[in-house]
Structure formats: C-alpha cells, structure tokens
Design a protein around this ligand. Structure first.
Ligand code: TYD
Length: 144
C-alpha cells in the first residue's frame, strides 16, 4: 500500500504562554512547522453555512489555525478521508500537498488563519475533483 500524504497530516500543539493578562501562542518556521513561511492569509466574516476550500494544492504546505471560533476540515486523498474539528488557537493542522480539502461548519465570528509555504499561485491549485484524481493517477501514488 503506497504511502498517502494523508498520513503526514498532523495536529500540532503550538506553544502557549498562559498569562492572567491573556494567553500568547506563536509559530516559528522549521521549528513548529516543517516548512518556511512565505504567506499568511485568513478567512473571516464567514456567513453561516459557507463552505470554503474544495480544491487541492500541488506543492503548497499549510498550517491552519482556528484563531477564533471553530470549523471543520475534511481532507481527502482520493481514497480515504480524515475529519478535524479545529476550535483552539494553540492547535494547528498541518496539511501537506495534494490533499483535497473542504472547510465548513464555521461558528459565528470564527477566523481561520492559514500559514503557507509559498506565495499565492493559481497554477498550484487543482480546483476540479476529476482533474485532481487524474493528477494522482499520473503520479501513480495516492495523495502524493
Ligand atoms: P481560495 O484559495 O479558493 O479560497 P478558499 O480555499 O479559502 O475557499 O481563494 C479565493 C480567492 O482569493 C481566489 O480568487 C484566489 C484569491 N486569493 C488570493 O488572491 N491570494 C491568496 O493568498 C489566497 C489564499 C486567495
């Protein structure tokens, strides 16, 4: 059974400096996450019932954090899937390349922050599920 990138998905517990004045967490490249940080983006003002994602990335590595509130992430490698419920600002979900992802069930006021290994590049996206499956088949390895 070839290895799937789904096996590389990891819920990473980030440092948390507890303080009566308010807690603090941080992320350092190549320390807490296995890549160099080249971009940060965030989803906010998300209407109830929205679904985001529904694509895969050919090369991009990401860490997703529920900076505020909560949401669900479903990751799929073309064969199997894994579901995560993110609801803590000190937990990051590491997502390696070539996994189809969908995000939904956003709580009111939630913010999804994404730390990414590269700049925005539309050519890195696979936005059609059939194309995604074909891309896997060409490479002959699920989720690689
Ligand atoms: P997309 O990645 O499809 O959003 P999501 O996966 O969160 O549903 O991006 C939505 C739009 O925003 C799309 O037109 C590309 C644009 N975009 C940028 O211009 N820069 C970025 O860093 C990102 C993530 C998206």
């Amino acid at each position: 059974m070839p290895m799937s990138n789904l096996d590389l998905v990891e819920l990473i517990e980030l440092p948390k400096i507890s303080d009566p004045r308010g807690n603090l967490s941080f992320v350092e490249q190549n320390q807490h996450i296995p890549f160099e940080i080249r971009r940060i983006y965030y989803l906010y003002d998300i209407p109830g019932g929205s679904e985001r994602g529904s694509h895969a990335h050919k090369n991009l590595k990401q860490l997703m954090i529920a900076i505020s509130g909560s949401f669900d992430i479903r990751l799929n490698d073309g064969n199997d899937s894994k579901n995560f419920h993110l609801n803590r600002p000190y937990l990051g979900l590491y997502i390696p390349p070539m996994l189809w992802r969908s995000l939904d069930n956003f709580s009111s006021g939630s913010v999804c922050m994404v730390i990414a290994s590269d700049l925005y590049d539309e050519d890195d996206y696979l936005r059609n599920y059939t194309n995604y499956l074909n891309h896997i088949a060409i490479n002959d390895t699920p989720g690689q």
